[in-house]
Design a protein around this ligand. Structure first.
Ligand SMILES: Nc1nc2c(c(=O)[nH]1)N[C@H]1C(S)=C(S)[C@@H](COP(=O)(O)OP(=O)(O)OC[C@H]3O[C@@H](n4cnc5c(=O)[nH]c(N)nc54)[C@H](O)[C@@H]3O)O[C@H]1N2
Ligand SMILES: Nc1nc2c(c(=O)[nH]1)N[C@H]1C(S)=C(S)[C@@H](COP(=O)(O)OP(=O)(O)OC[C@H]3O[C@@H](n4cnc5c(=O)[nH]c(N)nc54)[C@H](O)[C@@H]3O)O[C@H]1N2
Ligand code: SF4
Ligand SMILES: [Mo]
Length: 665
């Protein structure tokens, strides 16, 4: 038996170091690598058990071609050569008749690092002149807001949270989505730190918090602005910091002016006293750190809300000490660009917003989308407006390729399905976005069945379509060498010896001590003109919820299901969570079957009454597969394809629904 080093590249802030036991060429045990910082030897249950997924009956093992009607699930095997020839021919035909922009790559980045995304795939689609995909289903509004205020300033490292006196967990549920942060927070609490949680639900950490603000979804903006107003009014704003390091403070103050605690609390569905207690605690505590999560962004006000939250440490003067400041995404330690490494650049073609995939498949013209190539993503599970996505993918005149590890609901709708390797079967480089590390993983086992890596398949398609230029990088080894050449000698050595390299500034930067805003003038811009132009009504302009549907549906992660990747092995049914009072008002019973509906669709599922829910808000987790509900639809059938104020992000948590007892078909 061999014990091999690896690293988990899933879309998760923690990027754990792994050790993998392999016997007779098969995965036996997957565990955490004890000598790796932050993850320190323990990993989530999903990845610990992921050998089951690697060898599951649902694995795509060969290239397959549809033989029955679209969506019927009838496929026949074909050779790789025949499959790639078919795809190359169809893409060429679409380009000849409609132009390159009739082709759309559809990807997000489920388990993908620098070697399996934005390298050879980018070269293929850039050079075909395909439509450009705006990957907005996650992190687009947060990225716009954080970038606008601070440039890509590195945030507080998660392992430094035990140095804080006050920890604010805002729209984030680390118990499901960043498990290694939980023990750090609990340790800090034992040493006397206070914890505030801002979340519509009583999450596990909210249950341990000194203060829990159960805001209505989409109302963080007035909450944050009311605290900003109070800080200025009470003389608690750090005017010395603001005049030395920030621009736009007067403008921000003016825009916060309308938000008294009373008014913000009324909009957010809270007691005003809670806001005052929060503001007082924040002003009085140092170091104070805010972990802003992605739950804040998934609504019409998400971008401005994140901007207002990230403005708080500037206004209150919380920077310059270890454990003080904010964390959003800590991905800026390394600037490695696989697209540049393969010599490509984005084509100047039209942009298609991934959060409006369904609408784009159904309605785009000039030219209409004629071919989609799905990889690193499960759009039927993950995109809003699921019924439109399904209808779009079922279009008879659309040629669709799905390059997948397992038979997802999306794969079942494809014309051609290609088998993809998992990260146990291909090499990968991954920059963490929680702790600060670049990790490297070599393959531990041979590809299962005929699976191939993204790099191999996209490089081969580039070759078949004559898109390569002489002297360019042609394979994954060449790509990796190019990327590693951008590191310094010490980082390269650490990566080779320990599988892990740290950024120039180390792994625990102090904001305004070691790292500073990466804005053009090095200052915080509290009211950036570009964001002000982009947000409807201007930055920090609150847009009230659409008043249809008496309940707000949110669809955050749960521990077993942070994305759809592990949905295949999760047993159903998965219930809709509701406050017992909201259930009683509607004559609904715990564990009864209900119909959750709005104008976009309906979900038939079980009901679970839970006092972790607040009144007016129901919850059905993200990442569900058709098998998890009675009618095959999930939260995304109810999520609108409207866009957030910044970054064109998805508004999953703006869904408004009614719930009634299911009367049968
Ligand atoms: N192990 C593992 N971890 C992962 C991932 C993985 O694949 N594996 N995926 C990662 C990815 S892609 C992401 S984006 C993150 C997401 O992780 P988080 O940042 O935790 O985001 P969510 O799970 O969407 O929601 C977090 C919380 O926000 C609350 N919420 C919903 N709406 C609002 C609102 O309007 N305001 C406030 N204040 N709270 C709200 C929800 O109730 C929820 O408890 O997790 C990452 N973590
Ligand atoms: N309702 C609702 N929907 C949401 C969200 C929400 O809060 N609410 N959150 C959104 C968020 S935060 C995110 S990040 C997205 C995630 O949505 P997706 O990007 O769809 O992520 P996954 O569900 O993990 O699916 C990734 C797929 O890629 C495949 N894959 C993994 N590695 C490889 C590879 O190397 N090659 C190939 N070819 N395929 C591979 C996996 O098998 C998996 O099926 O979902 C979004 N959807
Ligand atoms: S906690 Fe995150 S990084 Fe660690 S093994 Fe699980 S998914 Fe991977
Ligand atoms: Mo995400």
């Amino acid at each position: 038996m061999a014990r091999l080093p690896s690293a988990c590249p899933l879309d998760c802030p923690d990027t754990c170091g792994l050790e993998v036991d392999v016997e007779d060429g098969r995965l036996r045990r997957i565990a955490g690598r004890a000598d790796h910082p932050f993850s320190g030897g323990f990993i989530c249950g999903k990845v610990r058990g992921s050998a089951r997924r690697v060898y599951s009956a649902e694995r795509v093992c060969q290239p397959m071609r549809r033989v029955g009607a679209k969506g019927s699930g009838e496929f026949e095997a074909l050779s790789w050569d025949a499959a790639l020839e078919l795809i190359a021919r169809r893409l060429q035909a679409v380009r000849a008749r409609w132009g390159g922009s009739a082709i759309l790559p559809v990807s997000y980045g489920g388990s993908n690092g620098l070697l399996s995304q934005d390298g050879f795939d980018a070269r293929l689609f850039d050079r075909l002149g395909a439509s450009r995909l705006l990957r907005t289903v996650c992190a687009a509004p947060t990225g716009r807001a954080a970038g606008g205020l601070y440039g890509k300033m590195p945030g507080v490292a998660l392992q430094c949270y035990d140095q804080a006196q006050l920890i604010v967990v805002w729209g984030c549920n680390p118990s499901a989505t960043s498990i290694h942060l939980v023990p750090v927070i609990r340790r800090a609490q034992r040493a006397g730190a206070r914890l505030v949680v801002v979340d519509p639900r009583r999450t596990p950490l909210a249950g341990h918090a000194d203060l829990h603000l159960p805001v209505l979804p989409g109302t963080d903006l007035p909450v944050a602005l009311s605290i900003i107003r109070w800080l200025f009014d009470k003389g608690s704003a750090d005017t010395a910091f603001l005049s030395a390091h920030a621009r736009g403070a007067a403008e921000l103050r003016q825009r916060a002016e309308a938000w008294s605690f009373e008014r913000a609390a009324a909009v957010a569905g809270l007691q005003p006293e809670l806001l005052e207690r929060f503001a007082t605690l924040y002003a009085a505590s140092s170091p104070a750190v805010i972990r802003c999560g992605w739950g804040v962004e998934r609504n019409r006000n998400g971008g401005s809300a994140v901007a207002a939250i990230l403005a708080l440490p500037s206004v209150a003067g919380k920077f310059g000490v270890a454990g003080g400041g904010y964390t959003m995404s800590n991905s800026s330690g390394f600037q490695l660009d696989p697209r540049a490494a393969v010599g490509s650049q984005p084509a100047a073609t039209r942009a298609v917003n991934l959060s409006q995939l369904g609408k784009s498949l159904l309605r785009l013209s000039d030219p209409p989308l004629q071919a989609v190539f799905v990889y690193n993503m499960n759009p039927l599970a993950s995109c809003p407006a699921q019924n439109k996505v399904r209808q779009g993918l079922l279009r008879e005149d659309l040629f669709s390729v799905v390059f997948e590890q397992v038979w997802t609901d999306t794969a079942r709708l494809a014309d051609v399905v290609l088998p993809a390797t998992t990260f146990f079967e291909h090499r990968e480089l991954k920059v963490s976005y929680g702790s600060y590390a670049l990790r490297r993983a070599a393959p531990c086992i041979a590809p299962v069945g005929e699976a191939r890596s993204n790099a191999a398949v996209f490089a081969e398609l580039c070759a078949r379509l004559g898109l390569n230029q002489p002297g360019e990088v042609q394979d994954v080894e060449g790509l990796e060498t190019r990327l590693l050449s951008q590191l310094n000698a010490e980082q390269r050595q650490a990566l080779c010896e320990r599988g892990l390299a740290l950024p120039d500034f180390g792994d625990a930067p102090v904001q305004f001590g070691d790292v500073f805003p990466k804005t053009p003038d090095g200052k915080v811009d509290l009211c950036p003109a570009a964001l002000d132009d982009e947000a409807p009504g201007g930055l920090y302009c609150f847009r009230p919820a659409i008043q249809e549907g008496s309940l707000q549906l949110i669809s955050p992660a749960i521990p077993q299901l942070v994305s759809s990747t592990f949905g295949g092995s999760l047993r159903g049914p998965i219930p809709l969570q509701i406050h017992p009072g909201d259930a009683a008002d509607r004559g609904l019973f715990d564990q009864g079957t209900v119909r959750v509906f709005n104008a976009s669709g309906e979900v038939v599922c079980q009901l679970a009454c839970s006092t972790t829910m607040r009144r007016g808000v129901v919850c059905l987790p993200k990442g569900l597969w058709a098998r998890h509900t009675a009618n095959g639809c999930t939260a995304n059938a109810l999520a609108p394809d409207t866009l957030s104020d910044l970054g064109g992000g998805a508004c999953y948590n703006d869904a408004r629904v009614e719930v009634e007892a299911w009367q049968g078909p």
